[in-house]
Design a protein around this ligand. Structure first.
Ligand SMILES: Cc1ncc(COP(=O)(O)O)c(C=O)c1O
Length: 383
C-alpha cells in the first residue's frame, strides 16, 4: 500500500490557496461567473461544469486515493451510473454476484435497456472472471469488501486478468474508504465511492465520487459529468470536505469497535454466522489483509432460526435502524427490505439475503454497550 499520512487528510483542502486566510473553503453558491471576454473564458464559468467548492473537494479526493482527477456527484449511484455512461451500446461488464442492490438494478434494469450487457460472477474466485469474458467485455467492476456479505476479491488477480485482456478495472471502494484500501496501488483504473458513507461520515450528506488516473479515462468521466450533470452542490461539497477531515480518526476508532463487536457476536447465542473480514474464519481474510490496512467497520450476520427479526428490531436500542452505513452512529440495516429491496426476491434468496440477515455498521459508541444491547435484544426476540 502506498504512503498514506493522516496529516495530509487534515490539510488536503487548502494547500497553498487560503481564501482570505480562512480555515475552511468558502461555499460558493454562484451558478454562473462573469466572463468579460468570452473568447478568453476564466477558470470558472458555469457551476455544472465546475465550481470552486466542488473543485476543492474533487482535488482532495483525488489526492487521498492517489489519482489524478476527482469528480463529485450528487449520490453514489449517480457516480456509478456516470461511469457506466462512459461505455457504449453492446459493451459488456463483469460484476460481482455480491453487490450493492442499487448497482445491480442500474445494470439489470436501466443500462440493459441501452444495450450495456453485464454478467455477475462469484469474484472470490478470480477464475470465474476470466471465464465470463466475451469478445464484447470492456470492464471488470469490483466491490471488495462487498455489500452485503463482505466478500473479498483479490485486486492483484483482477488487475492481471484485466491487463491480459485489455479491460478497464473499476472498484466501488465505499466500504474501505481511501484510508484502508488504495486500489490504484493495484493498478485499478477507476475508483468510486458512495461518499454518503465513510467519507461524509455523519449521515448528513448524500454524495458520490469518482477518481481516475489515466488522462483519457479522466476525460471520459469529465465529459459525462458535464453532459449528464449529476454534480454535487456547493453545500454538500463543503459538508463532505468537513467530513473527510476526520476520516482517519473515525475509521480507526470504528474499525477497532467493529473487531470487538464481530468477535463477540460470533460467540453469541442467537447469531448463526458473522461476516466480517477481520475474523480469521472469513472468506478472503488473508487476501484482504494483504491488500487493505484494516477490516473496516461494516459486518453482517444471520440470526438463528428461533430469533424473530421484527422483535429484534423492536428490542434493540442503540443503533439507528436505517438504510446506509459509515456514520458516527451505529446503523443496523435490513438488506432484504432496504439496500437490496429492488433485487428480485429469487435473486435475494439465492444469495442468502433472507429475513434473518442483517447488516451492521459500527459507529463511535462504546463497543461494550453495543454488544450488551444486541445480546439483550436477542434475548427479547426469541420465538
Ligand atoms: C457499496 C455501495 N455503493 C454505492 C451505494 C450507493 O450510494 P448512494 O446511496 O450514495 O447513492 C451504496 C449505498 O448504500 C453502497 O453501499
Amino acid at each position: 500500500m502506498g504512503k498514506f499520512n493522516d496529516t495530509d487528510i487534515i490539510h488536503a483542502d487548502l494547500g497553498d490557496e487560503r481564501f482570505l486566510g480562512a480555515s475552511s473553503v468558502p461555499i460558493f453558491h454562484a451558478s454562473t461567473y462573469h466572463q468579460p471576454n468570452p473568447s478568453n473564458p476564466p477558470s470558472y464559468r458555469y457551476s455544472r461544469t465546475n465550481s470552486p467548492t466542488r473543485d476543492t473537494l474533487e482535488k482532495v479526493i483525488a489526492k487521498l486515493e492517489g489519482g489524478t482527477r476527482g469528480f463529485a456527484f450528487s449520490s453514489g449511484v449517480a457516480a456509478i451510473a456516470s461511469v457506466f455512461m462512459t461505455f457504449k451500446h453492446g459493451d459488456h461488464i463483469i460484476a460481482p454476484d455480491d453487490i450493492y442492490g442499487g448497482t445491480f438494478s442500474l445494470l439489470t434494469e436501466l443500462f440493459v435497456r441501452w444495450g450495456l450487457k453485464s454478467t455477475f460472477v462469484d469474484m472470490t474466485n478470480p477464475a470465474n472472471i476470466e471465464k465470463a469474458i466475451t469478445k464484447d467485455t470492456v470492464a471488470i467492476y469490483v466491490e471488495t469488501p462487498s455489500n452485503p456479505f463482505l466478500c473479498i476479491t483479490d485486486l492483484s488477480a483482477v488487475a492481471n486478468i484485466a491487463k491480459k485482456h485489455k479491460l478497464t478495472t473499476i472498484i466501488d471502494n465505499t466500504f474501505s474508504s481511501p484510508y484502508l484500501q488504495k486500489p490504484f496501488d493495484y493498478d485499478f483504473d477507476i475508483v468510486i465511492h458512495s461518499a454518503t458513507k465513510f467519507l461524509g461520515g455523519h449521515s448528513d450528506v448524500l454524495a458520490g465520487v469518482v477518481v481516475t488516473r489515466d488522462k483519457a479515462i479522466g476525460a471520459q468521466v469529465s465529459n459525462v459529468q458535464v453532459a449528464f450533470g449529476a454534480v454535487l452542490d456547493p453545500n454538500s461539497s463543503w459538508l463532505l470536505l468537513r467530513g473527510i477531515k476526520t476520516l482517519a480518526v473515525r475509521m480507526k476508532q470504528s474499525q477497532l469497535g467493529a473487531q470487538i463487536v464481530a468477535e463477540a457476536l460470533s460467540k453469541t447465542q442467537g447469531i448463526k454466522k458473522v461476516y466480517y473480514p477481520g475474523l480469521e474464519s472469513h472468506q478472503g481474510y488473508e487476501v484482504h489483509r494483504k491488500q487493505a490496512r484494516g477490516a473496516g467497520a461494516v459486518m453482517s450476520f444471520t440470526l438463528d432460526d428461533n430469533i424473530e427479526p421484527t422483535k429484534f428490531f423492536e428490542a434493540i436500542k442503540i443503533p439507528i435502524i436505517a438504510v446506509s452505513l459509515g456514520g458516527v452512529e451505529t446503523i443496523l440495516s435490513y438488506p432484504c427490505k432496504m439496500s437490496h429491496n429492488t433485487m428480485p426476491a429469487d435473486e435475494r434468496e439465492r444469495r442468502g439475503i433472507t429475513e434473518r440477515f442483517m447488516r451492521l455498521s459500527i459507529g463511535l459508541e462504546e463497543p461494550a454497550d453495543l454488544i450488551a444491547d444486541i445480546k439483550d435484544a436477542l434475548k427479547a426476540s426469541k420465538n
